[in-house]
Design a protein around this ligand. Structure first.
Ligand SMILES: Cc1cc2nc3c(=O)[nH]c(=O)nc-3n(C[C@H](O)[C@H](O)[C@H](O)COP(=O)(O)OP(=O)(O)OC[C@H]3O[C@@H](n4cnc5c(N)ncnc54)[C@H](O)[C@@H]3O)c2cc1C
Length: 478
């Protein structure tokens, strides 16, 4: 590391906001996934936009790579730096700058966490809510939006970039840009109607600039809410129910979890790869909300009609159970009572490793893709832990295959890497596209992508980051 850069960063941010101590730097070298750890040369902890600009200016002058990071929970190695890099730890930029309840839009900084936003919206009595992922409560709302992740509101509103109304970004020359209507209006109401430059920072994994503020849409909350669970005895029954329920346009969220996922939630660390005789194969959860009890009763009636129809057609189902009853039967189900939550059965286990191949794809292909992916996992000796949900009104959905492993056991790391490669190849062949794509997967996928698309990606990257200082080694390989 250039000593002069260290000194100048201290001059710009103050001693306490520049970390050079190897023990503290180790905090930034890793995530849950099987990606190799790399310790940065330095970490900086800016609290203002001007400090982020100063960091970018100094790193650009010296050609030093930068990796933006908040909680590091992305499960894809995306916030792991390259050797010699400076990690920009944005947790200290955690202001909820404004909540405009009338226009249902909030402006937030990168360090705002899922739990923080939820608590704030409740505390101010906004009557508004947001989409919360299954990621830890401490993970960044802004990061999930710019990574185009998915949440419990993705069925109605789509992947999380759809919630972005505009961004404020520090570019490679340290200048500041606002995107969306925000470029002209003091109310950042939408990405429309100017050219949609917000996309230049969406799903780019921090490789085109550092986002310092996001304007995000909020959604109305309703006084009544219920989460119901349906047990399905076949893959086809589960996803056929998902497809039919989507078309009622009455549900806030519809997800399907495979049987080993349920077992893990109930405390079984490593479920057996083969289900017990007569065990349901999936449980679906369905979120309903309403203004009035009559509206809720109507929605439940339609839900029961759909499941009754499916049962009549010979698909195996148990009648819907509400989450309150399930929690009474087994308090471990409390994890699923409301979002955001901490799925500690996936993250707080002795080996500490969590990996997945998570894809977006067409609902019409879920049955075959889920069965094929399950077979790959079983072939690798692991139980098929599958998490899925319908998105954007059913136009697509997420299908994600998960495994926990011991990060310290090299053989297990190599094992999950091999399994993930097999899953990726199969799912890509079926038309599914991996999201929050890790570098290892991009190496496999670039050759299969439309060449014009890849060329445009490369040109865009070269334009926005001519020196290649922003999060190298991610989205586009060097
Ligand atoms: C158990 C578990 C369940 C999960 N479930 C879900 C789920 O249901 N849905 C889902 O979408 N995700 C899920 N995740 C993934 C994870 O929580 C998200 O990816 C999270 O939103 C990332 O936030 P973070 O603060 O950890 O970001 P980080 O991991 O710190 O950063 C993520 C990426 O964004 C970049 N970045 C961060 N901040 C900025 C910025 N200001 N400007 C530019 N680039 C930036 C980083 O460089 C990195 O590439 C889950 C994770 C776990 C562990």
């Amino acid at each position: 590391m250039n000593e002069r850069l260290h000194e100048r960063l201290v001059e710009a941010l103050g001693e306490a906001r520049v970390v050079g101590d190897p023990a503290r730097l180790a905090e930034y070298n890793d995530d849950f996934s099987e990606a190799d750890p790399v310790t940065p040369a330095l970490a900086v902890l800016p609290t203002t936009v001007e400090q982020v600009q100063a960091v970018v200016r100094l790193c650009a002058e010296t050609g030093t790579p930068l990796t933006p990071r908040v909680a590091g929970t992305n499960v894809a190695g995306l916030a792991i730096p390259v050797p010699g890099a400076v990690v920009v730890d944005l947790r200290g930029m955690d202001r909820i700058v404004s909540v405009n309840a009338a226009d249902m839009v909030a402006v937030i900084e990168p360090g705002v966490t899922q739990q923080q936003l939820k608590d704030h919206l409740e505390a101010i009595g906004s009557g508004l809510t947001f989409g919360y992922s299954l990621g830890p409560r401490r993970s960044s709302v802004l990061a999930n939006c710019v990574l185009d992740g998915l949440t419990n509101r993705s069925l109605k509103y789509g992947a999380m970039a759809q919630w972005l109304a505009g961004l404020e970004v520090v570019l490679a020359d340290a200048s500041l840009v606002k995107t969306g209507a925000w470029a002209l209006s003091d109310v950042p109401f939408a990405r429309s109607p100017l050219p949609d430059l917000t996309g230049l920072f969406v799903a780019w994994q921090g490789t085109t600039g550092i986002v310092t503020k996001a304007a995000v849409h909020l959604a109305p909350g309703h006084p009544l809410g219920e989460r119901l669970f349906l047990l399905a005895y076949s893959t086809h029954a589960a996803f056929e129910a998902m497809r039919r329920l989507v078309r009622t346009e009455l549900c806030d969220d519809i997800g399907a979890l495979s049987w080993p996922t349920g077992k893990m939630m109930l405390g079984v660390g490593h479920p057996h790869p083969v289900p017990d005789e007569g065990e349901p194969r999936y449980f679906l959860y369905v979120d309903l909300s309403a203004e009035l009890p009559e509206e809720m009763a109507y929605k439940k009636k339609v839900l029961c009609r759909v499941t009754a129809e499916l049962t009549r057609e010979g698909h195996g189902f148990e009648p819907p159970l509400d989450v309150g009853t399930l929690v009474r039967l087994n308090p471990a189900m409390d994890k699923f009572a409301s979002f955001p939550t901490d799925l500690d059965f996936l993250t707080d286990h002795p080996g500490g490793g969590l990996t997945w191949v998570g894809t977006y794809g067409p609902l019409s292909r879920f049955d075959d893709a889920a069965d094929a992916g399950a077979a790959i996992m079983v072939r690798h000796g692991l139980a098929p832990v599958i998490v899925s949900r319908a998105m954007k009104g059913g136009h697509f959905g997420v299908l994600r295959f998960l495994a926990t492993f011991d990060k310290a056991a090299r053989a297990q790391v190599e094992h999950v890497r091999g399994m993930n490669r097999d899953l990726l190849a199969d799912l890509t062949e079926r038309g599914f596209v991996m999201y929050k794509t890790p570098a290892w997967a991009l190496r496999e996928l670039v050759a299969k992508m439309d060449p014009g698309f890849v060329a445009l990606l490369r040109k865009t990257k070269a334009l926005l980051d001519p020196q290649g200082i922003f999060n190298p080694g991610k989205l586009l390989l060097p």
